[in-house]
Design a protein around this ligand. Structure first.
Ligand SMILES: [Zn+2]
Length: 376
């Protein structure tokens, strides 16, 4: 099964770069920018799976987007109020529901959570939803994979580079049992231009760690993982060292958990969503100074997965810590996930597989990306 590492950048900021096309990166350090992009290393779901797993598929309008701190004041979340227009799948649903998204913006602090999509007030959307285990809220199935924006007669998922007829899409979802969605999806085609056709790829968030006068940037991280994981986590970080004016430094072990906004950038293992789904997730906090200043970054591995922490050949039934760590640390650098298949060799490619180790070593686009951001 494919696993995804996914990182959605803000639609306006996301720019998949072809090597050499440096000018394409437009610095969107614009006052008033309300970026909040998210991604997570997840399993890729095809539409059939997503449709079967979702309790509800709805079309609706975004009425309100409201972020707040959680009760412990350690994480920001966002409640998105959706006015339901049409129920494509599911029974009995309120006319208005709240979908809870991780991350958001409160005061001058923004929390970015890998894999979580952005919502804009007034936006028309098609959502794959499930009710939360506890409480009245809803959650998106498979994060960014479960959100489409309806623009005119099109259903669009920019992260997946998918732009299809909304009517055909909704008809197909309703016909799920008779008419395999996969065929419909293929027939509808992908009408959005691919970012590029060949070469090396990267996508940059347009933010960076503070770099004084173009000097070297050192970012320290702490680990709260089993001792046996230590080398593989380090290897993932150090995969990015030595090719640009940027270095990760291991500052040892900590008892601190994560992701918690506490001033310590940590790597930990904890609960995310049980086996499958999301494998690991990066969270980044930004202060709204000029430009968005990176306050902290944290990585959490899903403890429910079966992990291989060695440095040899990863068994085919386990996920490789080093492989996943290298991808997640790439987000700390401010590189985004890539989803085009031609970028599949890059460490920042947004999907991963069980037994996979090819992300352990960064690839050409990864190198171009870090060099573009920090120089070399
Ligand atoms: Zn990612």
């Amino acid at each position: 099964m494919a696993h995804i590492i996914k990182n959605t950048a803000n639609a306006h900021e996301r720019a998949v770069e072809r090597v050499g096309q440096i000018a394409i990166v437009v610095a969107l350090l614009i006052l008033g920018m309300t970026a909040s992009s998210v991604s997570a290393l997840m399993l890729e779901k095809n539409l059939n799976e997503l449709t079967d797993e979702a309790n509800y598929i709805v079309v609706g309008n975004v009425k309100e987007v409201k972020s707040a701190w959680d009760d412990n004041k350690t994480n920001i979340y966002t409640n998105v109020t959706i006015g339901i227009e049409k129920v494509v799948k599911g029974k009995k649903i309120e006319r208005e529901v709240i979908v809870k998204i991780q991350g958001g913006e409160v005061g001058d602090l923004k929390q970015w959570v890998e894999g979580e999509p952005e919502f804009v007030s007034g936006e028309k959307v098609l959502l794959f939803l499930s009710r939360e285990d506890k409480g009245k809220g809803f959650i998106l199935k498979s994060r960014f994979q479960g959100k489409y924006t309806i623009e005119g007669d099109r259903a669009i998922n920019k992260e997946l580079n998918r732009n299809i007829s909304a009517k055909e899409f909704i008809d197909a979802l309703q016909q799920r049992n008779k008419d395999p969605l996969y065929d419909v999806e293929s027939a509808a085609g992908n009408e959005m231009p691919a970012a590029t056709t060949t070469g090396c790829y990267y996508s940059y968030s347009d933010r960076k760690w503070t770099q004084i006068l173009g000097g070297n940037v050192y970012v320290q991280f702490y680990k709260n993982v089993p001792d046996t994981w230590s080398t593989s986590v380090d290897n993932g970080a150090f995969a990015w060292n030595g090719v640009a004016k940027f270095s990760f430094q291991d500052h040892g072990s900590t008892g601190r958990g994560g992701p918690i906004q506490d001033g310590y950038s940590t790597v930990c293992r904890g609960t995310i969503d049980g086996p499958g789904g999301t494998l690991a997730q990066t969270t980044i906090w930004y202060h709204w100074w000029w430009p968005w200043w990176i306050a902290e970054a944290d990585i959490k591995f899903d403890g429910a997965e079966s992990w291989y922490a060695g440095t040899g050949t990863c068994p085919i039934n386990q996920y490789d810590v080093w492989n996943v760590a290298a991808h997640e640390f790439g987000h700390w650098l401010q590189l985004n996930d890539l989803y085009i298949s031609s970028a599949s060799e890059e460490t920042m490619y947004g999907y991963a597989s069980i037994g996979e180790t090819k992300k352990r070593n960064i690839y050409c686009g990864d190198i171009y990306g870090i060099r573009y951001i920090y120089g070399y």
